[in-house]
Structures are given as C-alpha cells and as structure tokens.
Design a protein around this ligand. Structure first.
Ligand code: FPP
Length: 265
C-alpha cells in the first residue's frame, strides 16, 4: 500500500512536471544553455564520501539534464566539465575527472546517438590524456551528422586564455595580410574563439550557491541571463532546469536597448 501511495505521488509529480514542460514550450526557449556544474565535492562531503563520488554522481546528472534539454528543443547545451585551473587539484582527483568522459560516453553514447545528439568539445587538447581525447573524439566523429541538441563539453577550457590566443591569432593573420585593422569587429573576434560555430549562451546556470563565473565564456556571456541555484550539481534535477528556464522566460532581454516585454528571440 505504501509503495502504491509512493507511486501515485510520483506519477502525480511527473504530471505536474510534464505540464510545466509543456508550458515552457509556449514561450521562447533559450537556444543555448551553459552550465557551471558546481558542488560535487560538497555533495560527497555531506555524505562522508570521497570527493570523486560526487563527481561520479554529477556525471549521472549530465545524462538526465541532457535528455531534458534535448526534449525541450534546446539547440546547444554547454557543460563546464574541467577548467584550465582544475589541474591544480590533487592528481588522484584530476585522474578521476579525466576518466569520466570515457565512462560517460562508453555507457551513454548509444543513447545520445539515438536521441540525435551531436557531441562537441571546447577546450585545449594539449595536456588531456589520450584516453580522454580518444573517448571524446570517437563521440564527436560518431555523432557529427546528427542535427539535434549539440552537447558541448568545455574540457580543459579557460576563457582568458581563449581570448589571449584569439588576439595572438588575429595579430598573426594581420601580419600575414589575411586581415586588416578594420576587419577586427566583434563578430570577427568571435570567430577566433573556440565557440565560433555556436551562438552565445542565452542562459547560464551555476549550481551550488557560488555567484561567480570562474573564467567561463567571459566574452560569450556579455548579454546572457544568469541563474544561480543553491542546489549542488549531483542533486540538480529536471525540476531545477525547468525552474531556471521559467525564470529566464520571465526576464526582459534588452541588450542595452529599451524593449521591455518578455524574452527576445
Ligand atoms: C566542480 O565541483 C565540478 C567539477 C570540477 C567537475 C565537474 C564534472 C562533472 C559534473 C562530471 C562531468 C561529466 C562528464 C561526462 C564529462 P567541485 O568539485 O568544485 O565541488 P565543490 O565546490 O563542492 O568542492
């Protein structure tokens, strides 16, 4: 009986979530959602578990959030999986984090393919172990013809470094005569960033109550709406993503102008 009640409650909750999801579809959806997945360590600490257990649980959330993003028709989901600063962590933790793309894709690549998801990566390949690059490279190749959600992993990514490298490449192209000073526009500068093929994020979510950007997509987030959640990433669920999008849809995006009604397309 208790089990039955539990089931009834769960299915009722599911219906309520479905309703909220359907309501979201009536309004402009953020086309590019970027997430700083934070709080794995604290999630583990609260349970007296090693930090890596939090990362493992966090990896499982990637699957759930990707599925919902795909269902909602979001075009790009960028996930900050490893920053250029994360190398400062203990070697054992770094090694573990480097194994997660392999484990994740080893298990879920068939499902991603079935859901028409296209895997991409944004970050520096140097320093990444062969096995990490191999797993991500395989997923990129095997999903390159998919045209559904782009699942973009920011892996060994750092925004300041990305900007400095862009400036260096522009100087190089100017020297080579491929570019003149007047060609250096905002749009052209964006082409030199690792995100050049993607639109800028419409919505940035950071979990775990931290209110900072941590060197993430500093150029690209210029007009992005921010949503900070106190929920630790391994607990971040479908309802939390729905809530973030509901809040986004109530915002008025003016891009420095004066329009005041609702989210712009
Ligand atoms: C920050 O939490 C999180 C990370 C540095 C790693 C994020 C990685 C995942 C969620 C898994 C990625 C999965 C795939 C498939 C690549 P933290 O460790 O800084 O947490 P804390 O602030 O509570 O210590």
């Amino acid at each position: 009986m208790i089990n039955k009640l539990k089931f009834w409650k769960t299915s009722k909750e599911n219906d309520a979530l479905e309703e909220r999801i359907n309501a979201l579809k009536e309004l402009p959806m953020p086309k590019h959602v970027a997430i700083i997945m934070d709080g794995n360590g604290r999630w583990a600490k609260k349970r007296a578990l090693p930090r890596v257990a939090g990362h493992h649980e966090g990896m499982k959330r990637v699957r759930r959030i990707t599925r919902l993003a795909s269902k909602l028709g979001i075009e790009v989901l960028t996930l900050y999986a490893f920053s250029t600063e994360n190398w400062k962590r203990p070697k054992s933790e770094v090694d573990y984090l480097m194994k997660l793309p392999g484990e994740f894709l080893g298990t879920f690549l068939p499902e991603l393919k079935e859901e028409n998801v296209r895997v991409q990566m944004m970050g520096y390949k140097d320093k990444l172990p062969k096995h990490t690059l191999g797993a991500v490279g395989k997923a990129i190749t095997e999903t390159e013809h998919n045209n559904g959600l782009i699942l973009n992993f920011a892996l060994n990514y750092g925004s300041r470094d990305e900007i400095v490298r862009a400036v260096k490449n522009i100087v190089h192209d100017v020297k080579k005569g491929k570019l003149t000073e007047k060609d250096i526009t905002e749009a052209n500068f964006s082409n030199y960033l690792m995100s050049h093929s993607l639109r800028d994020p419409d919505l940035l979510i950071r979990t775990s109550g931290e209110i900072r950007l941590s060197n993430f997509m500093l150029w690209q987030l210029a007009y992005t709406e921010f949503f900070f959640s106190d929920v630790l990433w391994p607990d971040f669920n479908e309802e939390n993503l729905v809530e973030a999008i509901e809040v986004y849809q109530q915002r008025s995006r003016r891009y420095g102008g004066l329009k005041s009604e609702g989210v712009e397309e």
